[in-house]
Each structure stands twice: as C-alpha cells, then as structure tokens.
Design a protein around this ligand. Structure first.
Ligand code: FDA
Length: 319
C-alpha cells in the first residue's frame, strides 16, 4: 500500500513540483545521488575505482515531453561518453529510453540511442538501457535488437524478475549473448503482468539468475573488462544477500569463474556488501546517478524501503 502510494508520487507532477522546492529534500536525495554535475559524478566514480569497483554512470532524467528535450539528453550523453573516455575512469553508461523520447516517437528515440551507442563503441564503452514500466518493455527490447542487428554489440538491457514474461525474454536474449542486468523491478505493476508477492519475485530472481549464469558459461565465461567499460554477460543487480548467495553458489556449482559473474548495486546502498564482493574477486559495478532530475529516482528508493521514508519524514519535521 505504502509502496504503491510512493510509486504514484514518483510520477505525479504536482508532488515533484512541491518536493523539489525543499532544500531538505535535495540534501536527503544526495545519499543516493552523486551530485548535480558531471564533475561531481566522475569524482565519486574515481573513489569507487580506487576501492576496486567499476561504475555505470546515469544522467538522471525520464519521460521528456518534447523532442528538443530528448535531443538535449542525447547531446548530454555524447558529452558524458567523451568525459568517461578522456578521464579514464572505469565506467560505462546507463540510460532510460523515455529520456531519449520513447514516449514521443519510436524512430526519434532509436535515432538518438543509435548516436549514443555508436559514439560509445568508438571508445569501447558499453551502454545499458535501463528497463522502465511494463508498457515500454516490448519497444525497449526491439530497439536493443535493432541496434545489435546493425552490428553494435556494445548495448544491452535490464530484465525485471517481477514480470511473468521475463523467463521467455531471457531465453530469447541469451541466444545471441546479449549482456543482461537482472533486477527485481522498481515500478508499480498490476498482477496481470507481475508477481504480486515478494516471495514469488525472489523465486523468479533465482530462476533467472541461473539462466543468466548458464548462458554466460555457454558464451565462453567472458569476464568483465579490466577497464570497467564492458560488463560481464551476467550482471546480478540486487542488494538482497540471499539472492547474491544463490547466484554465487550456483555459479560455483556449474563452474562459472568469479570474474565472469558481475554484481551491481546502487550508489549509497550496502557499500559494505559492495566492498566485500569486490574483495572476494567478483567484478562489482556501482550505478552512479547524477543531475538535477533526482525526484522520481529518489522516490523509488523511498518506496523500496519504508525505513528510508521514516528517516525522511522524521528529519523533515525536525527541520
Ligand atoms: P530488496 O528490495 O528485497 O532489498 C534487499 C535489501 O537491500 C533490503 O533489505 C535493504 O537492506 C537493501 N535495500 C534495497 N533497497 C534499498 C533502498 N532503497 N535503500 C536502502 N536499502 C535498500 N529497476 C528497474 O525497474 N529497472 C532498472 O533498470 C533497474 N536498474 C537497477 C540497477 C541496479 C544496479 C540495481 C541494484 C537496481 C536496479 N533497479 C532497477 C532497482 C531494482 O529493481 C530494485 O527496485 C532495487 O534494487 C531494490 O531491490 P533489491 O534487489 O535490492 O531487493
């Protein structure tokens, strides 16, 4: 119920207008957001790199409502790639297709992403397309497939364990060795398309993790690249220790070497676990978001964990 309410707030324009006026809310969001500028985000990545971790950089933004904004977001990403290249940080990039105009026009979005992925390929950088709510899944997979069929191998997607369709999607994506990030799923979805119970999502997660690990083995157990720009084929994105243990144990049982099993977590969440896995020899990639469009991202983080919301409300009341 609380999760549903917060996920509603994450998309409500009136709530965004209200909350983003509060300086306190911006400061609270900074726990999960690495700053407002690209320079701040690159500094945060340099710290992670020194601690033995890779990153994926996300310029926050989604659901643009006109083509100019989608083109501006594309230009921003071209600059980001330039800076990742020149600064030498161990990072690739993540983005959302509604930031590039998916809700406005499929072809506009495809053209924008094509420019980004082509530019990234000149520096050996991988681009991850984040997965948004269920009505966007077909078009997201179609765009990824279209670019791959043009010979661009440096693009991959995210699969959400809460969707019933994900097992079929993983089976089909695994055939050509698409790099997949597996997460539980962060949006409000009806029971017609997604498992309503947490235990069902967890079971689905483990099932899909084993499919990804099997696919990684079949495709030669390729490790995450040492320069941090290309992820392993199987990327396990969760902070849930039980899901992480399952994936580790399954990979060990079937013989997937540690460097070929990547773990991914969000900036500001379970840094202790991130470090532990990196110290054990697994590639660990931290999702580093930055920018002024932090509101929906932050509210999704509140929805995931009621304790975050109580902390926010307590400190808001204290002023
Ligand atoms: P779960 O919610 O069960 O949490 C397990 C434990 O992790 C909690 O007990 C707590 O300790 C910790 N934790 C989790 N969330 C926390 C929070 N917000 N604050 C503090 N502690 C927290 N989703 C999506 O729909 N599309 C996408 O493209 C992505 N991309 C993505 C990339 C990466 C790298 C990650 C890690 C996650 C995503 N997600 C995502 C988000 C994902 O779907 C999911 O909502 C969150 O990861 C929370 O779920 P967990 O798997 O961590 O499990």
């Amino acid at each position: 119920m609380l999760r549903a309410l917060l996920l509603y707030f994450s998309q409500a324009r009136w709530a965004r207008r209200l909350v983003t006026q509060w300086g306190f809310a911006r400061r609270a969001a900074s726990r999960f957001v690495a700053g407002e500028t690209l320079g701040e985000a690159l500094d945060a990545i340099a710290v992670l790199n020194r601690r033995g971790m890779h990153a994926t950089l996300d310029h926050l933004g989604e659901h643009v409502d006109h083509a100019e904004a989608a083109r501006a977001a594309t230009q921003d990403y071209l600059e980001i790639l330039e800076r990742i290249c020149s600064s030498g940080v161990r990072s690739n990039a993540s983005l959302k297709l509604t930031q590039l105009g998916l809700a406005l026009d499929y072809e506009l979005c495809l053209g924008n992403l094509r420019q980004i992925v082509r530019k990234a390929s000149t520096c050996g950088i991988f681009v991850r397309i984040d997965m948004e709510d269920s009505p966007t899944v077909d078009r997201t997979l179609a765009i990824c497939h279209e670019l791959q069929s043009e010979g661009l191998a440096n693009v991959g997607v995210v699969i959400q364990a809460y969707l019933y369709r994900s097992q079929a999607d993983v089976a089909s994506l695994a055939i050509n060795g698409t790099r997949i990030r597996l997460c539980k799923g962060a949006y409000m979805e009806p029971a017609a398309v997604a498992f309503p119970k947490k235990s069902e999502v967890d079971n689905s997660y483990d099932r899909l993790a084993s499919m990804l690990i099997d696919a990684a083995l079949r495709h030669g157990s390729e490790p995450s690249s040492p320069d941090g720009r290309v992820p392993a084929l199987a990327a396990i994105a969760t902070h849930d220790p039980k899901r992480i243990d399952f994936a580790r144990q399954y990979a060990e049982r079937v013989g997937l070497p540690r460097p070929a099993l990547e773990f991914q977590m969000l900036y500001g969440i379970r840094s202790d676990l991130q470090q532990l896995l990196a110290d054990e020899g697994y590639p660990v990639r931290v999702y580093v978001p930055y920018g002024s469009e932090w509101y929906p991202y932050y509210v999704r983080r509140l929805a995931e964990r009621p304790a975050n919301l109580w902390w926010f409300l307590k400190n808001l009341v204290r002023g």
